[in-house]
Design a protein around this ligand. Structure first.
Ligand SMILES: [Zn+2]
Length: 427
């Protein structure tokens, strides 16, 4: 309805204009040299109007022609952006689905359509990584490193690649470069801790580790590695305070004390740790300066007086008593652990030794030894260091598991049950 009204209005305006034009009075004469042209005013006015319209159309056409290259570029750019966005989405989907070939193809298309943006470079790198094309991924990560706005992404990718191929030197360099462009990134802190642990740089690992980290293990290892005595002692104290039940922490602290001539303090540290968690290495440390066999018995009694009924205490008392030829006491202590349910190989071997020392090369002695050794063959394994993460045993304590790399993963506890070869039976 409105359109009809507008159309009618326009018609009325055109008619009115034509009527006004036609009603213009007079004539217009123009002379060009010898030629004289004469026309009515309405005709000349109409001619001028048409001329104006013609010029207007001509100028618009010229303008459009001049703008054509720029417009073509714009249209092509818009089309590339549209296709590039589609390729980015497809590449992401392929990466998520683990489709190696699709991911690489779409990432390549996205890069062609959108150019080298952080997104397309990262996509290309990740697609290369997924497809096992490490060279391709590395090239894309290196291009990212060159961009100030995305250098961290590049370093992160290169760092992960270096760690995957166990190139710890390169990884450490890359971690420092990444830290420089993005200081304090949480992910980087975690990776730098891992790197420091891998490289055995315990002091750095301790400095970087968060509160959940096994700080006692890291501090003990750092103290062990620290050449400067005062700093080493401080680290050792820190380790022991963190976990007085961790034998290696107590040992490193006590060793530093002993080196400084503070023997009483060293023994107090060991005694305290023995009360919390007895470990044969603590006894070895405490008894090391004592050579007289009876004095060793007394030293063992002093060490174990807070928990004399503990299996480790009884086994230590039995061993020192046996060494001092106090076989009755040795037997009493050893049999007490057996009666309490201990069935470890070391106990049966100790009992066999006690039989030998007490009854010597007699028929009864040989029988008793044979019986103890038979038990030893099928007994539970002796306690050992074992990783709580991957459960691989370790011959000695280490601040990080040699098998899976978990820091503080090793714990002293029951050994894996295994059968042992029976030692040669006397007689
Ligand atoms: Zn492990």
């Amino acid at each position: 309805m409105r359109r009809v009204l507008l159309f009618l209005l326009a018609g009325v305006v055109v008619l009115a204009a034509a009527w006004l034009l036609a009603g213009l009075p007079g004539r217009i004469t123009a002379t060009f040299g010898n030629t004289t042209v004469e026309a009515g005013t309405p005709v000349v006015a109409l001619g001028l109007l048409l001329l104006f319209v013609a010029f207007y159309v001509l100028f618009r056409l010229l303008g459009a022609l001049l703008r054509l290259p720029r417009r073509t570029l714009y249209w092509r750019g818009a089309r590339h952006r549209r296709l590039g966005d589609v390729a980015v989405t497809r590449a992401l989907l392929a990466l998520a689905a683990g489709e190696k070939a699709d991911a690489r193809r779409e990432a390549h298309r996205a890069r062609r359509m959108l150019g080298e943006t952080p997104q397309t470079l990262l996509l290309a790198a990740e697609a290369g990584r997924l497809a096992g094309r490490d060279d391709e991924a590395e090239a894309a990560f290196r291009r990212l490193v060159e961009r100030p706005d995305a250098a961290f992404l590049g370093y992160r990718g290169l760092l992960r690649q270096a760690m995957a191929r166990d190139d710890w030197t390169e990884a450490a360099v890359l971690a420092r470069q990444a830290e420089a462009v993005q200081p304090g990134a949480a992910w980087l802190r975690h990776e730098r801790t891992r790197l420091a642990i891998r490289a055995g740089n315990w002091a750095e690992a301790l400095a970087l580790a968060d509160t959940d980290a096994p700080r006692a293990a890291l501090a003990a290892a750092a103290a062990e590695a620290e050449p400067e005595p005062a700093r080493a002692l401080k680290l050792a104290r820190q380790a022991w305070k963190q976990d007085p039940g961790l034998a290696p922490a107590a040992l490193v602290y006590a060793t530093k004390m002993r080196t400084e001539g503070r023997e009483n303090r060293a023994r107090a540290v060991i005694r305290h740790s023995w009360t919390l968690a007895p470990h044969p290495d603590l006894a070895a440390f405490a008894l090391a300066p004592v050579s007289d066999k009876l004095a060793r018995v007394q030293a063992a009694q002093r060490l174990t007086e807070a928990n004399p009924d503990h299996v480790e205490s009884r086994l230590l008392l039995a061993r020192t008593a046996l060494d001092a030829r106090l076989t009755g006491e040795a037997r009493r202590q050893a049999e007490a652990t057996r009666d309490a349910g201990l069935n470890q190989r070391r106990l049966w071997l100790l009992l066999a030794e006690i039989e030998e020392a007490e009854r010597g090369d007699t028929e009864a002695g040989r029988l008793a030894q044979r019986d103890a050794l038979r038990h030893a063959a099928s007994a539970d394994a002796d306690p050992e260091w074992r990783c709580t993460v991957c459960h691989v045993p370790a011959a000695a304590w280490r601040p990080a598991c040699a098998s899976c790399g978990s820091p503080g993963g090793l714990r002293w506890g029951p050994g894996a049950t295994a059968s042992y070869p029976v030692p040669a039976v006397v007689g």
